[in-house]
Design a protein around this ligand. Structure first.
Ligand SMILES: Cc1ncc(COP(=O)(O)O)c(C=O)c1O
Length: 354
């Protein structure tokens, strides 16, 4: 059922296919029309996620991008701005949605591997300038940080930012597409992160292995308003309980196992760091994502990705010198061994290649 043409597919943790047991849960789901608020399985998922993240209410969305953009829409009026780091998914990978759908602008700070620091947010926020400058209405934090390489954010920095933003009437939204990875790696419960934000999005379709779906949480009023905007964005769904059932299954069975993905990522990273010193900084391998500096081994990322693919290992070039590897439910120990063989051999060829 989970056949793949690759020996190891490390392209993304969005690739996972529902397991037989998850499919079974989907088949059995009780459903209704969610636009009329009548899908019991969806209600159960929303209540569960709101509770887990320490918020009043939740809203299921078809994608993480929609959950993030509903958060943006909620907090930032047309003509105002959000601030975030320059590698944030909301800024870089949602195709300008904040500008197109909400009529707002975005400003960014540059961070090391997406690591969030309250001082960076403080340095950009502009408030109380009346009709003279664009007002900052929202700070975005991403945890873990995707393009930063799976970086886990510090709760202390988040709390410091929360203090500053509260004083200045600025909202905070957490892009928690991989919040469960952060929680498993740090031991901080997802609710401890979640309570520091006005709204939080989480994805069920990344490391948790569901085929579709994200959830936005916030106050009951905020979620009632987001429900209207979700319909306006074309995201009102009918018998979506089949998807919610996959999400509930994932929360029951696929959270603790994220530790396995983290361990495999670290094992592979360690082997690559040994094969080609300088290619992987082990201090930065925190969760299921590994960034490899292939230039340190004499490669361009495009050539490296092509060479790995020829040997059945799919990876992703995130920059001219940087290749991203992502571990997930469909990469087991055997696939990790195959990836280690291929990638260490390619990295070790550095001298010859250079
Ligand atoms: C950090 C982060 N946020 C949001 C998203 C968007 O999720 P989706 O692809 O479901 O829109 C992604 C997707 O990879 C992501 O990595």
């Amino acid at each position: 059922m989970t056949t793949t043409p690759y020996r190891a597919d490390l392209l993304s943790d969005t690739l996972t296919r529902p397991t037989p047991a998850m499919r079974e849960a989907m088949v059995r789901a009780e459903v209704g029309d969610d636009v009329f608020g009548e899908d019991p399985t969806l209600r159960a998922l929303e209540e569960r996620v709101a509770d887990l993240l320490g918020h009043e209410a939740a809203l299921f969305t078809p994608s993480g991008s929609m959950a993030n953009q509903l958060g943006v829409r909620l907090h930032v009026r047309p003509g105002e701005e959000l601030v975030g780091d320059s590698l944030a998914h909301v800024v870089r990978a949602e195709l300008g949605a904040a500008a197109v759908l909400s009529g707002i602008s975005s400003r960014t700070w540059v961070s090391a591997r997406g690591r969030f620091r309250a001082a960076d947010a403080a340095s950009l926020m502009i408030t109380g300038v009346g009709p003279y400058q664009v007002c900052t209405s929202l700070v975005i934090v991403e945890n873990t940080h995707n393009f930063g390489g799976g970086t886990v954010q510090s709760l202390d920095e988040i709390r410091a930012a929360r203090g500053l933003t509260r004083e200045r009437g600025v909202a905070m939204h957490l892009d928690g597409a991989r919040l469960f990875n952060a929680s498993i790696a740090s031991g901080v419960p997802v609710g401890d992160y979640g309570r520091e934000f006005d709204t939080v999005s989480i994805c069920l379709s990344k490391g948790l292995g569901a085929p579709v779906g994200s959830v936005l949480v916030g106050s009951a009023d905020a979620m009632a308003e987001s429900r209207i905007w979700r319909k306006r964005f074309g995201g009102g769904m009918r018998q979506a309980g089949v998807l919610a059932a996959a999400g509930l299954y994932a929360l029951d069975h696929h959270v603790d196992r994220l530790a396995d993905d983290h361990a495999r990522a670290r094992r592979a990273a360690t082997a690559m760091a040994e094969a080609a010193p300088g290619s992987v900084d082990l201090d930065t391998v925190e969760t299921n994502i590994v960034l490899v500096d292939v230039a340190a081994a004499g490669w361009t990322s495009a050539d490296f990705v092509a060479a790995a693919l020829e040997q059945g290992v799919r990876t992703y070039a995130v920059g001219p010198a940087s290749v991203r590897l992502v571990w997930h439910l469909d990469v087991d120990d055997a696939a990790t061994d195959a990836a280690v063989d291929v990638l260490t051999q390619l990295l070790g060829r550095a001298a010859v290649h250079a």
